[in-house]
Structure formats: structure tokens, C-alpha cells
Design a protein around this ligand. Structure first.
Ligand code: TRP
Length: 454
């Protein structure tokens, strides 16, 4: 396929990497990764996660970008080309996953706005102990109006950016916010590590106890790998479709995956030493980051300045990820159904808001409403997407590219990458023989065996 002169492209190679890294780096790194690690044995989880990143995450990242640039289409359109027939369903699965993820992502996105407001209003200044912080958080997530209001504001912000198409501006802005976020994480790490008692946290986070690697740890790490890298639903297919043919897919992918992993690892390092130092437990669940950081800020001079800056940047990082989720849904209805952009964005935003309300209430009013094996609506959406839809999407992407369409039809997409490490060949082998086998084994074990034999 030749360059389609009408299709818009990224302004520069850096533009693509920043946009893709902007999609990948989000709440998944700073909110989800630490609490999953905390619940799943700390260092054991980190180890399995890194293995997943290298043997599954990176190859599938490359595969999605290859598919995107090759077809120059949204995920549904792309699968009509490389898959045809029933394979088009993979594209729809991706659109549905983007939609479902947004219903709870925006609730946590709302938490970042709430905490930004709390830092500015001085509510965080009254925190002196971990008990204060836990109480503040518990009250916050149990308040139905605050939860719905902030959920609404987060969707509103996302819809606003996607509808007015200032995403380009935000991506350019990433050049500044990503490095600042990085510096803030380093400051938080230094503060956490110098608190008395922090060493127990370092041991928990970095010294793996192999006996803690259970099937649950493996599936959670796999789901998190897809979630954090924005894989398995076509977000990277969409981004790849705007990539110029001159750009190198292999080296860009390595950079995106590297940035995402580093931010996740650093977030854990900012959190666990402090968790142990102040006597919290690492198995706190989704509240972990929001519980611990205010305590760390309270032990820093000018803590409220750092807190404000941090929650502002976390909000923006969440926003750039949310944009990519909504973008997949919007690209589908505008490209394939001919809807206007405004109609698509407003309809998607409205539906996500409504379907997200039960997620917003899952920690308070609807705490005891259990669906699907005793999970709240919030947890159900998370499990449905990260544990099932994204890994299944990844499996189908690898199988469709490797077997249905044939890798030889797309290998020329990697021609711009000239290197002597046989990376192209290693990638092709992995996508064809390694990724599908491992994904299939894990999915069958959890999707089928675990359902029958609980
Ligand atoms: N990766 C983002 C995060 O870590 C979330 C996200 C954005 C995502 N786009 C996605 C997850 C597409 C899965 C698929 O916060």
C-alpha cells in the first residue's frame, strides 16, 4: 500500500511516540499497577509483569502498529482488510472494550479531579497520619454526589478535547508534562525512601518470593500488561494508521513500551516504601495510591504545592489515555457509519456517563450490589475488560496477522528499521508461535477451566 495523500499524519516521529506514550501512560501506571502489585505479592507480580511486557506486550504493540500503518484504517476497517468475514468482529470487540473501560476509567479520572480540588482547597493539609488519609478517601468515594459530579467532569473534559480536536495541542503539551511528572515521581521516591521503616517496602516490592507466583498473579499481570500498554482493542492500530511510512515501527515501539514500564515501576517505588513506613497495608485495593500519597505530601515542605502539581499532572495523564479510548469508539462511528464527529463524541460521552454511574457508586451506595461472582459493578467492568476482552483481543490480533493475513504481507512495514539484531525475525517468530500459544493457554485456563472449577 502506498501513502494515502488524503489521510492526515503525525507531524513528526516524536509526535507519534508522544501520542502513543500519552495513551499508554495513565492511571494504569500510577493508580492500577501499584495496587495490583500490592494485592498480588509485590515483587513476584512485578517480575511476572515484566516478563509479560517483553514476551507479549512488545510484540503485540508492534503488531498493532504494523496493522494500523498497513491498512490506514480504524480497527473495524482494519480487520475488514486483514481479516475479512467474521474477523471483522475483532474490531467491534475493540470498540466495545474501549467503551466499557471508559465507564470505570472516568470514575478514577474523577478521583484525580477531586483530589486536585482537595489539594487546592487545603483539605489535604489537615492530613497528618495514614488514618486521616484513609478516612478522607473513604468518605470521598462513598459520597454519591461527589462521585457522580467528578465522573461527569472527567467525561466532560475528555469529550471537550475530542470534540474540539485540540488533542494535537495536548500531545504537544505532553513534551512538558511527561518530564515534569517524571521529576515529581523521583521527588516522591526520594521522600518515601528516606522515611524511617521504608526498607520493608523495598523488600516487598523488589525482592521476589517465587512461591507467591500463583495463577491469579499471572492472569492479573497479563491483564495489566495489556491495559497499561493500551493493547488488545485497537487503540494502537488507530494511532499507527496515522504513522508515516518513513518512521521506524520497531524502535518507536521499544521506546513506548520502555517509557510505560519505567513510569509503572517508578510509581511502585514512590508508593511501597511509604506504605510500609507509615504502617499501611499494601493490599488496600483501588484506593492505595490515593490513600498513601497525601500522607507522603504531608511529610514534605510545601507538600500542598507538590500535591496540587501531582494531581494536576495525573489528571492530564489520565485525560490523554481517555482520549485514546474514546477516539477508538468515535473513529469507528465516524469512519464506518458516517456520523459527524460532534454527534459521535456527544453520544459516546453521554452513554459512557450513564453506564458509568453504577461504577461511580460502587464504593458507596451500590457497594453491596454484586454481579458476576460477587464483584461490584466497578470490579466487574475491570475484570471483563482487562482479564477477558483485552487478552482475547490480543490473541485474535496475533492469530489474524500471523495466520489469516500472513506476516509476509506486512513485513515490509518494518523495512525502515535496519538493525543487526534480527529483531524483525524474532518478532515474526514470536507473533506466530509464542504469543498466541501463551495467550491461549492463559485464557483457556482462566476463561474455561476456572469458570467450571472455581
Ligand atoms: N493505558 C492506559 C493507562 O494505563 C489506559 C488505556 C488507554 C487503555 N487506552 C487504552 C487500555 C486502550 C486499554 C486499551 O492508563
Amino acid at each position: 500500500m502506498t501513502d494515502n495523500p488524503k489521510r492526515e499524519q503525525w507531524g513528526s516521529k516524536l509526535g507519534f511516540i508522544l501520542a502513543a506514550a500519552g495513551s499508554a501512560v495513565g492511571l494504569g501506571n500510577i493508580w492500577k499497577f501499584p495496587y495490583l502489585a500490592g494485592e498480588n505479592g509485590g515483587a513476584a507480580f512485578v517480575l511476572v509483569y515484566l516478563v509479560c511486557i517483553v514476551i507479549l506486550g512488545l510484540p503485540i504493540m508492534i503488531a498493532e502498529i504494523v496493522i494500523g500503518r498497513h491498512t490506514e484504517k480504524d480497527p473495524v476497517g482494519a480487520f475488514k482488510i486483514i481479516g475479512t468475514g467474521p474477523w471483522s468482529l475483532v474490531g467491534y470487540l475493540g470498540v466495545a472494550a474501549g467503551f466499557f473501560i471508559m465507564t470505570y476509567y472516568s470514575v478514577v479520572g474523577g478521583w484525580t479531579i477531586g483530589y486536585l480540588v482537595k489539594s487546592l482547597s487545603g483539605a489535604l493539609c489537615s492530613i497528618t497520619s495514614s488514618a486521616d488519609s484513609e478516612q478522607l478517601f473513604a468518605r470521598f468515594i462513598q459520597s454519591p454526589w461527589e462521585m457522580i459530579l467528578y465522573h461527569f467532569l472527567f467525561i466532560g473534559a475528555t469529550v471537550g478535547v475530542v470534540i474540539f480536536g485540540v488533542a494535537g495541542g495536548i500531545e504537544r503539551f505532553s513534551k512538558i508534562i511527561m518530564p515534569v511528572l517524571f521529576i515529581l515521581l523521583i521527588i516522591l521516591i526520594i521522600r518515601g525512601l528516606t522515611l524511617p521503616g521504608a526498607d520493608a517496602g523495598i523488600r516487598f516490592y523488589l525482592n521476589p518470593d517465587f512461591s507467591k507466583i500463583t495463577p491469579k498473579v499471572i492472569i492479573e499481570a497479563l491483564g495489566q500488561c495489556f491495559f497499561s500498554l493500551s493493547l488488545g482493542m485497537g487503540a494502537m492500530i488507530t494511532y499507527g494508521s496515522y504513522l508515516s511510512r518513513k518512521d521506524k515501527i520497531l524502535s518507536s515501539s521499544i521506546k513506548i513500551v520502555g517509557i510505560d514500564s519505567i513510569v509503572a515501576i517508578l510509581s511502585g517505588l514512590a508508593i511501597f516504601p511509604a506504605v510500609f513506613a507509615v504502617g499501611m497495608t499494601p493490599e488496600k485495593g483501588p484506593g492505595l495510591t490515593f490513600n498513601i500519597l497525601p500522607v507522603v505530601f504531608s511529610r514534605m515542605p510545601y507538600g500542598f504545592v507538590f500535591a496540587t502539581l501531582f494531581f494536576l499532572l495525573l489528571f492530564i495523564a489520565a485525560l490523554t489515555s481517555a482520549i485514546s479510548l474514546v477516539q477508538v469508539v468515535v473513529a469507528y462511528v465516524t469512519d464506518e457509519k458516517g456520523w459527524s464527529r460532534a454527534r459521535a463524541v456527544l453520544t459516546a460521552g453521554g452513554l459512557i456517563f450513564l453506564l458509568g454511574i453504577p461504577a461511580a457508586l460502587s464504593f458507596g451506595t451500590m457497594k453491596d450490589v454484586k454481579i458476576f461472582f460477587g464483584n461490584t459493578y466497578f470490579d466487574f467492568m475491570d475484570i471483563l475488560t482487562s482479564i477477558y476482552m483485552l487478552p482475547i483481543g490480543g490473541l485474535l490480533i496475533a492469530v489474524c496477522l500471523g495466520y489469516k493475513y500472513g506476516l509476509h504481507n506486512t513485513m515490509h512495514e518494518l523495512d525502515a528499521d535496519t538493525n543487526s539484531f534480527y529483531l524483525k525475525e524474532i518478532w515474526a517468530f514470536t507473533i506466530k508461535y509464542i504469543s498466541p500459544v501463551i495467550l491461549l493457554a492463559i485464557i483457556l485456563y482462566f476463561g474455561v477451566y476456572k469458570m467450571i472449577v472455581p
